[in-house]
Design a protein around this ligand. Structure first.
Ligand SMILES: *[C@@H]1O[C@H](CO)[C@@H](O)[C@H](O)[C@H]1NC(C)=O
Ligand SMILES: *[C@@H]1O[C@H](CO)[C@@H](O)[C@H](O)[C@H]1NC(C)=O
Ligand SMILES: *[C@@H]1O[C@H](CO)[C@@H](O)[C@H](O)[C@H]1NC(C)=O
Length: 348
């Protein structure tokens, strides 16, 4: 299709190369991306650990020994602003959707579409009536709070953190929310997403309950668009540039890009003791990878995206159906969300 559109294949190759170069540049990833299962299966977390420098471990040890923690940041003192409204979940798959407190329309659209469990009853039946529920984690804005509070009472699915909507505070928001789910819910898998994400529920079920690698690692799965050998970008002019003080090592642990990834409950439980409430690394998707690494899960199943599975870009204007995808982003309108959901419902 693309070939036809651009005429000669050489033009296409050039465009592809340029696009890829732009992406690599954009994300600050100057590394080889593993995108097939074989290589991810072979990847041993121990090997990755060895690659991380000694310096890095030292830094972590020194962070742990900081004694004076702001009491407001101690886990037991952190309360969600609408704690009493939230209806806990007991089931299989918990979706944790990062959402700006003002994005009520996106949340409404998600609730009506892919997160509406009833719509997928036929698909659920095939997997012992597997259950799921979406929660939305937000920050706090005084002028948006009353409206959000009404929404929270009505749906019982908002986690309103007493934090800002600052992009660089998402590591804390994630920790607070992960903590809440572990304390209050039962689930097998947590899928973290953003509110411009579409989730293909039937494909997700097939992935979780039929993929041999996933089944084998069901209780210790970290799946997503995994960057196996990421490196920090040192040029602070870039959005993701970080200083040596923030991240001392020259390598990042394996991490999934943050738009949508899956973690088994067991891993999250093991991550919690390593939560650094005072100075979490501000690049939130790397920080999650770091916490997974700190949790030292033996025989962990790090499952990279195969083909379209995770984090494919959608063209918001065209809203194409990506039949093999599990999660993908830039679904910005209710119309697109509905179209994709209806198409996913047709999968047998
Ligand atoms: C979910 O789907 C069911 C069945 O299609 C429908 O009756 C219900 O109104 C939907 N709920 C929401 C919140 O859209
Ligand atoms: C799933 O739910 C339906 C309707 O509630 C029920 O009839 C069926 O027996 C359930 N199946 C399993 C495997 O639990
Ligand atoms: C929210 O955070 C502010 C400080 O940023 C604090 O003064 C206030 O007590 C907190 N509110 C709750 C309910 O935790």
């Amino acid at each position: 299709m693309l070939c036809r559109k651009y005429g000669r294949p050489s033009t296409l190759v050039l465009i592809t190369i340029l696009l890829m170069a732009a992406l690599v540049f954009f994300f600050g990833i100057t590394t080889h991306l593993h995108s097939n299962v074989d290589s991810s299966v072979k990847t041993n977390i121990q090997q990755v650990r060895n690659e991380l420098s000694y310096h890095f471990h030292q830094k972590l040890e020194s962070v742990k020994t900081i004694v004076k923690i702001d009491p407001a940041l101690k886990p037991r003192n952190i309360k969600l602003l609408n704690q009493q409204d939230i209806q806990p979940f007991r089931g299989n798959i918990l979706f944790l959707v990062n959402s700006n407190i003002g994005n009520k329309e996106r949340r409404t659209s998600i609730r009506k579409n892919w997160a509406n469990q009833t719509k997928f009853n036929q698909h659920r039946k095939k997997f012992h009536n597997v259950s799921f529920k979406a929660y939305f984690m937000t920050g706090f804005k005084a002028e948006k709070f009353n409206l959000a509070k009404t929404e929270s009472v009505k749906y019982g699915d908002l986690l309103i953190t007493n934090r800002t909507e600052d992009y660089w505070d998402f590591s804390r928001r994630a920790m607070i929310s992960f903590h809440w789910t572990i304390e209050n819910c039962y689930y097998d898998y947590l899928l973290k997403a953003d509110d411009d994400i579409f989730i293909h529920i039937p494909n997700l079920f097939t992935f979780l309950y039929k993929d041999p690698y996933v089944l084998k690692h069901h209780d210790r799965l970290y799946a997503g668009y995994i960057i196996m050998h990421g490196k920090p970008h040192r040029n602070l002019k870039f959005k993701w540039g970080v200083t040596y003080e923030e991240w001392g090592a020259d390598a990042y642990p394996p991490f999934s890009t943050g738009m949508g990834f899956i973690l088994s409950r067991f891993i999250i439980e093991k991550m919690i003791p390593h939560f650094d409430w005072e100075k979490p690394f501000r690049v939130d998707d790397v920080y999650i990878g770091h916490l997974v690494y700190m949790a030292q899960i033996s025989n962990i199943g790090i499952r990279s995206s195969v083909g379209q599975e995770f984090s494919r870009f959608n063209d918001p204007k065209k809203c194409p159906i990506q039949s093999k995808a599990i999660v993908y982003h830039q679904v910005l309108t209710e119309d697109c969300m509905r179209k994709l959901t209806e198409s996913s419902l047709k999968v047998k």
